[in-house]
Write a protein that binds this ligand. Structure first.
Ligand code: SAM
Length: 238
């Protein structure tokens, strides 16, 4: 099923994912708060905001003067509007040609968290990232995290070795299947897990000159090596 159908159905059960990865999610949020350097007059955009609970936590810490969020799942948008009442939450997809005209730009900080990019169609990744870049102010920061297909700590050494071999043969990599048990039914959608070098290349191709990539344990959120955690990237619009 499409990502939109999957997240419409998953919206009410999403908290099970949050519980499993709470340490990681909170550590990424803490890193985002550090990026803002104590400034409270910022404009913040969250892309693929999901339930909006993480955005609400960021809002309470960052005290931004403008908050916008997008998600292409109507069910997620409904939850986000409830969970983060100060945000202007829109049902829009990253990569949708109307996105740039639909929301006013000039953001200081754009976030795109928990592998949202893994759900964006591959041919829309660079156009979508270019949209994010154009929505940022010069000097503005983009923070994203995606699943690392070489994360042996989470996926096992054998699977990661297979991924590395496959990636040598199929440079675009293979998609994975995310599953969610909804009652008696198992819902599935294709999701892309990224190579660290792929994230850097995508950001550079989208016009971000300053790109930094790090790794965090997917359970605890502690900083770790490239084969032991998820990818957390920071890019600045020069
Ligand atoms: C794994 S959830 C992450 C939600 C939230 N960012 C978080 O960290 O809890 C992925 C979210 O991305 C949204 N999404 C998927 N494709 C999208 C797209 N092209 N544009 C905007 N949102 C998208 C889904 O509907 C879902 O809410």
């Amino acid at each position: 099923m499409s990502s939109r159908q999957f997240y419409d159905a998953y919206a009410s059960g999403y908290e099970s994912y949050v519980r499993r990865h709470a340490g990681y999610l909170f550590a990424v949020e803490k890193a985002i708060i550090e990026v803002s350097n104590g400034r409270s007059d910022i404009a913040l955009l969250d892309v693929g905001t999901g339930t909006g609970e993480r955005l609400q936590r960021l809002v309470l810490e960052l005290l931004p003067n403008r908050v916008t969020a997008i998600d292409n799942s109507r069910e997620m948008v409904a939850l986000a509007r409830r969970n983060c009442p100060v945000a202007d939450v829109r049902t829009l997809a990253l990569g949708d040609p109307e996105l740039s005209s639909a929301i006013p730009g000039g953001f200081d900080l754009v976030t795109c968290l928990s592998n949202v990019l893994g759900h964006v169609p591959r041919d829309l990744l660079v156009p979508g990232l270019r949209q994010i870049r154009s929505l940022l102010k010069p000097g503005g920061t983009f923070v994203l995290d995606v699943n690392n297909r070489y994360n042996a700590a989470s996926y096992g050494g054998g699977r990661v070795a297979r991924n590395i071999i496959r990636d040598c043969v199929l440079p675009r990599g293979r998609s994975f299947t995310a599953a969610y048990q909804a009652g008696d039914e198992v819902l599935r959608t294709q999701v892309h897990l990224f190579r660290p070098a792929e994230v850097i290349a995508l950001l550079r191709k989208s016009g971000f000159a300053s790109v930094r990539v790090g790794f965090r344990d997917y359970a605890t959120g502690e900083e770790c090596g490239r084969f032991a955690g998820s990818i957390v990237a920071k890019a600045v619009r020069i």
